[in-house]
Design a protein around this ligand. Structure first.
Ligand code: ZN
Length: 503
């Protein structure tokens, strides 16, 4: 009896998980068994691996072969374990020394000809391998580009099983991705494309500074979508950790396309006909498909024509808006996916879009239709919208600052925020809990008087906290030490709901 051990990785949710592959070979009838919660695709791996070895003129052991995958409680899904299983088989038959398998994680699907094929979870697998202290990871060539951004681990690629052996044993050159493989630059839409709308632009800047949720109301064509799409371009770039997380999510979702790694905050704009599972994520077999809210992690979720979304779709956002994550509880898989996003919503003033006073056309909606339309956005959700903006029709051709200029102001304001929050786990004003806010981050006396008056009038303590957070962002932009009366007044004004929503 002999035994060999190799390391692979699977994806659980959107995170990588190291899997220990043990291959046991003993005398007996020629059988192959796989143990340790494998799904059908992993079970089929034995046939793929065996055929791939044969086609590369490598030996499959005679007799009884048992392949054990651990930890046993982790579901193993997909073909990404093929390569690790093949390495275990090569180890148990002495075709590769066991010492070559101790510090490397192997990720990849095998073609029947022995070629190594791309898998969706290579990036999170690489992150997990680095975290677990492995010195190198072998990934498919087409995954190399993304995986190479992970710090602290050597990422190598080979085109076939034979090349892997040559590389591990003889130090043969690994395969680097083609230097001319197309990496699309991350495209940033510029704010200078938006004419007029100075107040809405200013509100967007405040929203960017504090990561506040924002609702824009205006007739079709006033530029709500144009403005929303430009938010990522004024937000700070993702830091290395955020970039890895976001790139992993989009690699798993299959939405990375030609991008190398994602460094600009993602912008997700699901259509109003989107299903609940498209928004929160779904599970197919063992495979988790991240929804819009997870793809918007560390970025922006934009709901255009928000009242047109199904009520349950909009309501489900309340939990991730508070916790920054979504709990998926399905029969095959349960777990938590990250979903820390900034919410932008846009709405027409009524179904026909003409009920705002600036439009020259008449609103044709019956009043009952108008009221129902507004009521499709629930009170609890509207309470979480810190900034509400009415966007009028403008004939203005006035140009504002471009995105680079605004991004610089946002960055400087956020640096003031972070300096103030340096001993805390929060980095933006919207996330500071109320207890901290009240204990450490009060406004000036004049500001407090105004805030108290607001609270008495509206009766809302939560509302007052939300106003104070926005006021801090206004103060951070202006470089004030504390929000003053004026900053509070502006924050109260930004929170006022547009006419359609109070009718
Ligand atoms: Zn109307």
């Amino acid at each position: 009896m002999s035994l060999a051990r190799s390391f692979g990785a699977v994806v659980s949710g959107v995170a990588g998980q190291i899997v220990v592959v043990e291959v046991d070979h003993s005398q007996g009838l020629p059988t192959v068994g796989v143990v340790g919660l494998p799904d059908a695709s992993v079970n089929e791996a034995r046939h793929r691996v065996r055929t791939a070895l044969g086609n590369q003129n490598l030996k499959w052991p005679k007799g009884r072969v048992t392949i054990s995958l651990s930890p046993a409680e982790v579901r193993k899904q997909g073909a990404g374990l093929d390569l690790a299983i093949a390495m275990g088989v090569l180890g148990v038959t002495g075709q590769i020394p066991a010492t070559a398998l101790t510090t490397t994680v192997f990720v990849g699907e095998l073609g029947l000809d022995g070629s190594i094929r791309q898998v969706p979870g290579a990036l999170p697998a690489t992150v997990a391998a680095a975290q677990a202290g492995f010195t190198s990871v072998v990934v498919p060539k087409d995954n190399n580009l993304h995986c190479s951004v992970v710090p602290g681990i050597k990422v190598v690629s080979y085109s076939t099983l034979t090349h892997v052996i040559q590389g591990l044993v003889h130090g043969a050159e690994s395969l680097l991705p083609d230097v001319d493989s197309p990496i699309e630059p991350e495209f940033i839409l510029d704010l200078s494309d938006v004419l007029g709308q100075q107040q809405a632009r200013w509100a967007l800047e405040i929203a960017a500074i504090g990561s506040h949720n924002m609702l824009m109301v205006g007739a079709p064509g006033v530029g709500k979508t144009l403005l929303a799409e430009r938010l990522p371009g004024i937000l700070p770039k993702l830091d290395d950790h955020e970039s890895l997380e976001v790139t992993s999510i989009h690699a798993i979702a299959g939405t990375l396309a030609g991008r190398g790694s994602i460094t600009v905050p993602p912008f997700e704009a699901p259509h109003h006909s989107s299903s609940l599972s498209a928004i929160v994520g779904s599970v197919h077999g063992q495979r988790v498909n991240p929804g819009s809210i997870t793809k918007a992690h560390h970025g922006v979720l934009f709901l255009d024509e928000a009242p047109e979304f199904a009520r349950n779709v909009v309501e489900v956002l309340r939990q991730p808006l508070e916790s920054g994550q979504i709990v998926l509880n399905r029969s095959h898989w349960r777990g938590v996916l990250p979903a820390r996003f900034q919410l932008l919503m846009a709405a027409n003033p009524c179904p026909c879009g003409n009920s705002s006073p600036e439009t020259r056309q008449e609103c044709t909606c019956p009043s009952i239709t108008r009221r129902n339309y507004a009521q499709r956005l629930s009170g609890p959700l509207l309470d979480r919208m810190d900034i509400n903006i009415s966007m009028p029709h403008v004939a203005s051709t006035e140009l504002g600052d471009n995105s680079a200029t605004v991004a610089l102001r946002v960055k400087e304001a956020r640096e003031r925020t972070r300096w103030r929050l340096q001993d805390s786990p929060w980095q933006v004003n919207a996330l500071v809990p109320a207890s901290q806010l009240l204990a450490k981050f009060q406004p000036t006396v004049g500001g407090q008087e105004l805030l108290d008056a607001f609270r008495r009038k509206s009766g809302g303590l939560r509302g007052a906290h939300r106003i104070l957070r926005v006021a801090w962002s206004i103060a951070d932009l202006a470089g004030h030490q504390q929000p003053d009366r004026n900053d509070i007044a502006m924050a109260i004004h930004l929170r006022e709901r547009p006419g359609m929503l109070t009718a």
